[in-house]
Design a protein around this ligand. Structure first.
Ligand SMILES: O=C1O[C@H](COP(=O)(O)O)[C@@H](O)[C@H](O)[C@H]1O
Length: 280
């Protein structure tokens, strides 16, 4: 995989094996695959470029290595930040499979946003854009969406693998946004989805006004690489809690994939002790 730091204005801290923060040299970032890294960018534009670069570079690496690439995207600001992918060169989108981290059902809000923002422009075949479309209860939608992932894993072209330990689909890259309350996907603080122990890859969420499906935390944490993006000072306190409070049980604090990267803008990073020390 590519080093994560190509667009980083500041790579300021990483967790070592003992879970303590340590300063890192951006030049050493290639040795951090499998680690936990936080990067801060000057503004949302830089953050958006970094998100697009993550997709581009990971897609190219996976396509070269296996001839396939599996990507999951959320809605909200991260979805909008991917507009730059329209200009990406050298990616065979016919070999990329796109899923949604969470989705309103039956509305398909994240699918529509992705299509309008970049997917419609890059020429990804419709069959590669996997959206929940089963109908029925949120549980039925969730089960059917998980089945779509498993059907892909049953193909003999290695585009989607199953984890040898937990049997869950392994995504190459999952992008997450994080709400000001610390939610990721449709996994909200103190919710049934956060506490779920069924081992399901996809869960139904039947909150008033938010009838959704969401990837489960075990599925998210089985991915090769997860990037959590947050911007704006309104999220600064939540970002601080998620990254610097060892006791935090917020959904964002439960993201723990093999390679976990937090992309922040300066506003979202502003309350981090590690960031303040870097700025001094
Ligand atoms: O409700 C949601 O919010 C999160 C965060 O959105 P953002 O616009 O503040 O980045 C988003 O990732 C998720 O898909 C959406 O359902």
């Amino acid at each position: 995989m590519r080093p994560a730091a190509a667009f980083a204005a500041s790579v300021f801290a990483a967790k070592d094996d003992d879970d303590d923060w340590e300063d890192i040299d951006p030049d050493d970032i290639e040795f951090l695959d499998g680690e936990f890294v936080v990067e801060a960018f000057d503004d949302e534009d830089q953050l958006a470029k970094a998100l697009c670069a993550e997709v581009e570079e990971n897609a190219k690496a996976c396509l070269a290595e296996r001839g396939g690439f599996t990507l999951a995207v959320p809605g909200g600001s991260v979805a909008k930040a991917l507009a730059g992918l329209k200009d990406a060169k050298g990616i065979d989108w016919s070999k990329v499979h796109l899923f949604f981290v969470n989705e309103r059902v039956p509305d398909g809000k994240c699918h529509k946003l992705a299509m309008d923002t970049w997917v419609g422009a890059v020429g990804m075949p419709d069959a590669n854009v996997h959206k929940p479309d089963a109908g029925g209860s949120v549980e039925e939608e969730a089960a059917a969406y998980e089945a779509q992932m498993r059907t892909l894993a049953e193909r003999d072209d290695d585009v989607m693998m199953l984890d040898e330990v937990n049997g869950l689909p392994v995504f190459d890259l999952i992008l997450l946004g994080m709400g000001a309350d610390g939610h990721v996907g449709s996994i909200y603080p103190d919710s049934a989805a956060l506490k779920d122990e069924t081992g399901a890859a996809v869960l139904g969420v039947d909150m008033p006004g938010k009838r959704s499906i969401t990837m489960s935390l075990p599925l998210i944490n089985t991915a090769e690489r997860v990037v959590v993006a947050a911007s704006g000072t309104k999220k600064a306190e939540t970002v601080r809690a998620v990254l610097e409070d060892d006791e935090s049980e917020l959904p964002g604090a439960c993201v723990d994939a093999f390679s976990t990267i937090f992309f922040l803008d300066s506003g979202a990073a502003s309350k981090l002790v590690a960031y303040a020390e870097e700025e001094e």
